[in-house]
Write a protein that binds this ligand. Sequence first.
Ligand SMILES: Nc1ncnc2c1ncn2[C@@H]1O[C@H](COP(=O)(O)OP(=O)(O)O)[C@@H](O)[C@H]1O
Ligand SMILES: [Mg+2]
Length: 284
Amino acid sequence: MTESSSEHADKRASGLKLAITGKGGVGKTTLAGLLARLYAQEGYRVLAIDADPDANLASAVGFAPAEAARIAPISGMADLIEERTGARPGSQAPIFRLNPRVDDIPDRFSAVHEGVKLLVMGTVKKGGSGCVCPENVLLRQLVSHLLLGRQEVVILDMEAGIEHLGRATAQAVDALIVVVEPGRRSLQTAEQIRTLAADIHIPRVFVVGSKVQGAEDEAFVREGLPDTEVLGFVSLNPEIAEADRRGVSPFDLAPRSVAEARSIRDRLMLALDGTSGTLAAGSQ
Ligand SMILES: Nc1ncnc2c1ncn2[C@@H]1O[C@H](COP(=O)(O)OP(=O)(O)O)[C@@H](O)[C@H]1O
Ligand SMILES: [Mg+2]
């Protein structure tokens, strides 16, 4: 561990739960990949969860394309889902287990790269609030276990919503990070997410501005979301686009962005330390 990380090596860091959300294309997966690699480099156990149906966290973490292609999404594992819930996905089983065993899944079905364990959730069927299908039950139980039962830095890369987080598990999220770009539509999405987060009582919501090109863009983000703490900014960086094109992690190709992610991380840890007591106790 480096000197600076030991400052953060408190009880919480061993069980830190971060959820990253925001409008499509803003840079969520890029930030998730950078943070996952950063915490892993500093010696933390990191579990990165790809919970976006449009799954591409593997490449942002740095898995080679062939390796990434071999990581199977949990939602597609029909046998596992049947074994655990008692019902096959898509079947009309009248009864199945609502609390299937999931604690062995993260270690059995994750792949590891540079100290980051990656789990790919796959698509959760929406189908209205009444959709209780075996695959959704398994995924929901899995997210709940990941947030409540793991002593790791867990980083959830989500789509533009927080559907994966039920009321019960939302409380376990130490920080919901909403990524925005300096544009009005992405700020609107951020506002909607903030409202949803308040509804399910997620305690800590933060903003990260992405693809910014200077002070004007930064001011636009801060002024557009005056009630939410801005943790920092990831500048528009051609090296990130280049990393994406080459199928490598921005962590390995974009040092300036890594430095920005480090400062975002520092600000986050400071903000969470400031809350003391309850959150830290919860992650022991
Ligand atoms: N700071 C940045 N500078 C330049 N390109 C970026 C930056 N952040 C993300 N990108 C690019 O924008 C696209 C979307 O980023 P991604 O992280 O996949 O967004 P999301 O997960 O929110 O959909 C990708 O091609 C990515 O390489
Ligand atoms: Mg993404």
